[in-house]
Each structure stands twice: as structure tokens, then as C-alpha cells.
Write a new protein. Sequence first.
Length: 144
Amino acid sequence: MEKYYIVDSSILPDVLDKVIEARALLQNGKVKQVSEAVKQVGISRGTYYKYKDYVFLPDKGMSSRKAVISLMLHHDKGILSEVLSVMSKANANILTINQNIPIHDWASVVLSFDMSEMNVSIDELLQNLKECRGVTNLQLLAVE
């Protein structure tokens, strides 16, 4: 089971700050390629790819916290409804739902949601979603 923490950056390796800085350069369009970004901040491409999906800065205002998850849903009636029900019970506010057509009875779904008013931790929400019928390959893609 994955766990998420809020940690003071002073106890973490400097490389994590540099990964976040490199990602910001790419997102802001200041550089076009990963190789440019990592060279500018002074880390290797391997380091960037190792950590890029695992380190995030908290939202500055913290009044609205957003997250994005992806999951595979079996193509059975009511499974997406069950997932949305679990999210509703956790008081997660769904912002977007992107679902692809089922291939071999499995559909890829990406959900973005506001988690600022959730009544459970993100860890608990993810665990509850993993326990839903017909859900597999659940991943937390981003947290803001």
C-alpha cells in the first residue's frame, strides 16, 4: 500500500527540489526538452525520470487541493458508479472524468478531483478504490 506524507524539504536530498524545478521549466515552456531542463538544474535525466512522478509542491493557497488518478475499470454495468460513490462518500469533488472505450473488456479512466474537503486521507481513498469490484491498476498521477 502506498503512503503519502508532507515532509519538510530540509530533510530531503537536494535532487528532489531540482526535479520539481526541472518539471516547472518544462511546464512553463522555458525549455522544450527534458535534456535541456535537467542540464539547467544540474541533475541527470535518469534522476529526473526516477522521481518526476513522485515529488510535488503543495498548492500555495492550500484552499483547493487537486489530485489526478488513473485506473482501469472492467466493462461491467455499475463499476464507474461504484467508484464515484466511494469518492462521494470521501467528500471528494469530481472535476473531470475521462474514460476511453473498453478494449478487451477494460476501460482506462482518469479522474481529477478536489480533495480539500475530503473526510479521509488520500491513502484511505486510494485503498477504498482498490477494493472496488472491477478496479485495477490504480495510480495517483498528480497532487497539487
